[in-house]
Design a protein around this ligand. Structure first.
Ligand SMILES: [Zn+2]
Ligand SMILES: [Zn+2]
Length: 184
């Protein structure tokens, strides 16, 4: 569904940005190709039965290097660990499930940054708008006992939460954070 670098030789990807090709880097790229939007711990677990077993710290180092080199994109939804993906170089957004944390790509309608402009004059030269859509993924919607789409954070094994409003659980769409005012 999402575009990855699967048709691109991963060693070549590393050489292109001047990084040394190592087994660890290749293994991390391979894991992210299979599981986009994974965090470091998920990547580490994916590599436990591969020849390139890495410590969590080593995974963090590799992810950091690759993100810095522009091979990976790093996203960090609120209250989540940093996640990484191979889909770089476009202005796509993400939908995040506020119950299970599932992340999926959302194509940008405009296709380039910034795809949103502030309503007022900020005096900033806006470079990008970071858009995260929050809601319930299809699985969580199906598993949800009530039909209310907004009962996001209610966990099924806490009997004493009849209808506590949860201000921390954003429902629906659009938390947008315009970042980085610097001109390119
Ligand atoms: Zn979910
Ligand atoms: Zn993505």
């Amino acid at each position: 569904m999402s575009h990855t670098a699967s048709d691109h030789d991963t060693s070549e990807l590393l050489r292109d940005v001047g990084l040394r090709v190592t087994a660890g880097r290749l293994a991390v790229l391979d894991a992210l190709e299979r599981m986009p939007h994974s965090d470091a711990e998920t990547v580490r677990q994916a590599l436990t039965d591969s020849p390139a077993r890495l410590s969590l710290q080593a995974v963090h180092n590799v992810l950091g290097d690759l993100a810095e080199a522009g091979v990976l994109r790093r996203i960090q939804p609120a209250r989540s660990a940093a996640r990484y993906e191979l889909r770089v170089g476009d202005n796509h957004h993400h939908a995040v499930c506020s119950s299970c944390g599932a992340v999926t790509d959302v194509d940008c309608v405009v296709g380039h940054a910034p795809c949103l402009t502030p309503s007022g004059d900020t005096g900033f030269a806006i470079a990008a708008a970071e858009v995260t859509f929050w809601g319930l993924c299809a699985d969580c919607t199906a598993a949800s006992p009530s039909s209310s789409p907004a009962s996001a954070a209610a966990s099924p094994d806490t009997p004493d939460t009849p209808d506590t409003p949860d201000p921390a659980a954003p429902a629906g769409a659009a938390a947008s954070t315009p970042t980085e005012g610097a001109a390119p």
